[in-house]
Write a protein that binds this ligand. Structure first.
Ligand SMILES: *Cc1c(COP(=O)(O)O)cnc(C)c1O
Length: 331
């Protein structure tokens, strides 16, 4: 079986370093100083519409290419940014991409799915399954491909293995070069590899994760990956992790998240997505309100991408349509 763990040279997929820019108007609207809040633009990595999965895929695809893979196989929700960026990486590297998605083929091909199609990915619909069943379905697809003489590389859910998380250890080092005095990096947490890599590079105290509802035990997931990276155990309760921004479920939109999306867009001209980055900024706003983030210190929001998901999220599109209607002038 193809293992991605023992080869460790990344391929280049993105454009580095990503910019670090101030957000003075959002900062002042939150009661912070104009210089206190910055944004790290990992939405601008270049390939495939951008986003945090590219740094992980540089390592994971590096291993796949070194092992002579013909196919990339990965899993996700229908609106998975990771699936979309794996398809883009496959296209860039000349590999076939197979996406094993939790859902049924009647789901509208909007948002990320439209881009999956554009990048030429093949979708396998696994039905309404849980995480372990989705992983099993991907292994089955990989076995079938092997039986046909192909060499598939299975990329883990969200690109989150210790190997993939190395991409965010590098991001942490890149951030320290850009701003040696940074106090706190705020990041959305899905499968956990992004936060784990940052914790490895910056230490647990400087990383504030905001759980987005993609996994049941985010602290455990991040701590396991960070421990694998460093070779030393990390206690889950040493992590700074906010659990208060999920709302009803992973796919629903809570009012504070829509508010964070509106505030960021209207003060800085920067668009967030309703699943990850909207929740991360909602968590940042809550952290300022309860004193976990304070004026006079440098806070960096890591923009992890995800904008295509806005165009495949019915709740967010209904909210923006209603908002637009409420502000329309009659001629
Ligand atoms: C996947 C994703 C995250 C979460 O990253 P993990 O490493 O899975 O925790 C955050 N933001 C966006 C836009 C994502 O697509």
């Amino acid at each position: 079986m193809t293992s991605l763990s023992d080869v460790s040279r990344p391929v280049r997929l993105g454009t580095w370093p990503t910019p670090l820019e101030p957000m003075p108007r959002l900062a002042e609207s939150l009661g912070l100083g104009a210089e206190d809040l910055w944004i790290k633009r990992d939405d601008l990595v270049g390939l495939g519409g951008g986003g945090n999965k590219i740094r992980k895929l540089e390592w994971l695809c590096g291993a796949a290419v070194a092992e002579g893979a013909t196919h990339l196989v990965t899993t996700g929700a229908p609106q998975s940014n990771h699936a979309r960026l794996t398809a883009a990486a496959g296209a860039r590297l000349g590999l076939e991409t197979v996406l094993v998605l939790a859902g049924t083929p009647d789901i509208a091909a909007q948002g990320n799915l439209a881009l999956d199609a554009l990048f030429g990915a093949t979708c396998v619909w696994a039905g309404a399954v849980d995480g372990p069943a989705l992983t099993a379905a991907a292994e089955e697809v990989a076995s079938r491909l092997r039986a046909e003489g192909a060499l598939p590389a299975v990329i883990p859910f969200g690109g989150s293995s210790a190997l993939g998380a190395r991409g965010y250890a590098s991001c942490g080092h890149e951030l320290l070069m850009q701003d040696p005095g940074l106090d706190t990096v705020v990041v959305a947490v899905g499968s956990g590899g992004t936060m784990a890599g940052l914790v490895h590079a910056l230490g647990a105290r400087r990383v504030l994760g905001v759980h987005c509802g993609a996994v049941s035990d985010p602290a455990g997931a991040v701590a396991t990956l960070a421990s694998e990276l460093s070779g030393a155990p990390l206690a889950p309760d040493s992590l700074r992790l906010r659990m208060d921004q999920v709302g009803e479920s992973y796919s629903t939109l809570a009012a504070p998240v829509m508010d964070a999306m509106n505030r960021t867009a209207r003060s800085e001209g920067i668009a967030l997505d309703p699943v990850y980055t909207g929740r991360a900024v909602a968590g940042l706003i809550a952290a300022v309100a309860d004193g976990d983030i304070t004026p006079g210190r440098r806070t960096v929001f890591l923009h992890t991408g995800g904008l295509p998901g806005l165009f495949g999220h019915s709740g967010a599109l209904e909210a923006t349509a209603a908002d637009l209607a409420s502000r329309s002038l009659t001629p």
